[in-house]
Design a protein around this ligand. Structure first.
Ligand SMILES: Nc1ncnc2c1ncn2[C@@H]1O[C@H](COP(=O)(O)OP(=O)(O)OP(=O)(O)O)[C@@H](O)[C@H]1O
Ligand SMILES: [Mg+2]
Length: 443
């Protein structure tokens, strides 16, 4: 964090000198050419800021715009020089741009401010600045910085320069901000206390999960160092399918834990909207936020969203299809990891299946696997009554891991309520019966 402060300090001093000379060139008739003021050499600095500049190979002009957007957050007084009043008009100088905030005392820079600092009256240079706010510039592509929409009928550059909150944290405190759960980002962080070794799955399933891990760890190098950008799809989308309680959510959590990235479970009920076009917008927002974040997006009960495309019978269906087409396309462009979880593979749209990098089946565990799950399932403090034969229970009852955990929970709470540490066979049997009843089956 200190390294970052040091580098940012140098950059801000550089910015201040550029600003000063630009203002001077504006008012001082003798000063017609702007001296070239070279940016500080951040050389091999390992600060987040320096790495960011190197990673995107940002040019001095882009660096100045980035700094300009950052200044209200870190050194707002630096822009006070732009508050001057034009004696002829009695207002601020038009060419300085900038907005007055409500609670913020300083100037809020706009696209016009950026154009002034970088281009002055030079039209060709001004057009170059405008390009920085186009959709194909890295600022927009990576959701780093944008101009807020201008008021209707007003020039584009009158929009405020806004840096995404994630990048403000990243470029200043060097921390990756965890987004709050809200309607803008209806997702929750999934974590797990379990370890990879405790996950009981067939070898093929584990191998497929490992491959996703490899993508998370080495995908970036494959794309950049090995030059596969543009030849491979940028991200990784997979489907986890299988009966309830077979470890889909757990596996997503473990993947994140192993690769050091956050896993967000998207709350679909907050996304799927009955209003035409809204679902699309909600999803787009999430994908935009997740881009370039090393996040895993986990869409639970994905069939609600990704189910079969409906036949085009009425107007509403036609919109539903549009939403799905949009989604297919957005997923293809997404450069992170998206996991769709479903209980029924058949429900996922064909066109969707083709776009998936991995389709991973989570089968019901067999007797041996069930025994391993049972063995790892009880609290350390618990003592199993001697009559309990886990091998026999595992053999007899076809239960998924999630259900086994429910039984363990039931029997453990019973023990605690008796003020005992001993798990009783009858409590386990009762727990198992309850689970079967829940599922509409008999033991
Ligand atoms: N294969 C497994 N190995 C070890 N533990 C498991 C396994 N599957 C499930 N469990 C246990 O059951 C709990 C619930 O499983 P999980 O939530 O991952 O199931 P799921 O497949 O996501 O189910 P659903 O389809 O209902 O969302 C896990 O937290 C874990 O304790
Ligand atoms: Mg789940």
């Amino acid at each position: 964090m200190n390294e970052n402060a040091l580098d940012l300090g140098l950059e801000l001093d550089w910015f201040a000198r550029v600003l000063e000379s630009r203002i001077k060139s504006c008012f001082d008739e003798d000063c017609v050419t702007l001296p070239r003021i070279p940016p500080p050499d951040l050389g091999e600095s390992d600060s987040c800021y320096a790495r960011f500049i190197r990673h995107y190979d940002l040019q001095p002009g882009e660096r100045l715009v980035l700094l300009l957007a950052l200044i209200p957050h870190v050194r707002p007084q630096l822009l006070d020089a732009l508050w001057r009043t034009n004696a002829e008009t009695g207002r601020g100088f038009t060419q300085f741009g900038g907005l007055r905030g409500t609670a913020h005392g300083g100037l809020i820079p706009t696209g016009e401010t950026a154009a002034f600092i970088l281009a002055g009256d030079d039209l060709a240079a001004r057009f170059q600045v405008t390009q920085m706010f186009e959709g194909d510039h890295i600022f927009a592509l990576h959701a780093i910085l944008q101009l807020s929409p201008a008021t209707a009928g007003e020039p584009l550059l009158s929009g405020a320069l806004t840096l995404s909150r994630e990048y403000i944290s990243w470029l200043t405190t060097a921390t990756v901000r965890k987004p709050n759960f809200n309607s803008e980002f209806p997702a929750r962080l999934i974590t797990t206390g379990l370890e990879w070794e405790e996950l009981v799955l067939p070898r093929t399933t584990l191998e497929q999960l490992e491959e996703i891990g490899h993508w998370i760890l080495y995908g970036d190098r494959l794309m950049r160092d090995w030059g596969m950008e543009g030849r491979l799809q940028p991200g990784c989308t997979c489907l986890f399918h299988g009966p309830p309680g077979t470890g889909k959510t757990l596996s997503a959590g473990l993947l994140g834990k192993q690769c050091g990235c956050d896993v967000y479970r998207i709350d679909l009920s907050m996304i799927v909207s009955k209003y035409i076009g809204e679902t699309e917008k909600n999803l787009a927002r999430i994908f935009d936020m997740a881009e370039h974040k090393r996040w895993i997006l986990f869409f639970d009960e994905a069939d609600a969203l990704f189910g079969k495309r409906t036949r085009v019978d009425d107007a509403h269906d036609r919109y539903a299809n549009q939403e799905i087409s949009f989604l297919l396309q957005r997923i293809e462009e997404f450069n992170g990891v998206a996991i769709l979880a479903s209980n029924m593979k058949a429900n996922i749209d064909e066109a969707f299946n083709r776009r998936l990098q991995a389709v991973i089946h989570f089968p019901m565990p067999g007797p041996d696997e069930r025994l391993r799950i049972w063995k790892g399932a009880f609290p350390q403090k618990a003592i199993l009554e001697e009559r309990i034969d886990l091998g026999q229970i595992a053999e007899k009852h076809e239960l998924a891991g999630g259900t086994i955990m429910n039984v363990v929970r039931h029997a453990s709470l019973k023990a605690l309520s008796r003020n005992s540490e001993t798990i009783l066979l009858e409590d386990m049997e009762e727990g198992i019966r309850r689970e079967f009843r829940k599922a509409g089956r008999t033991v």
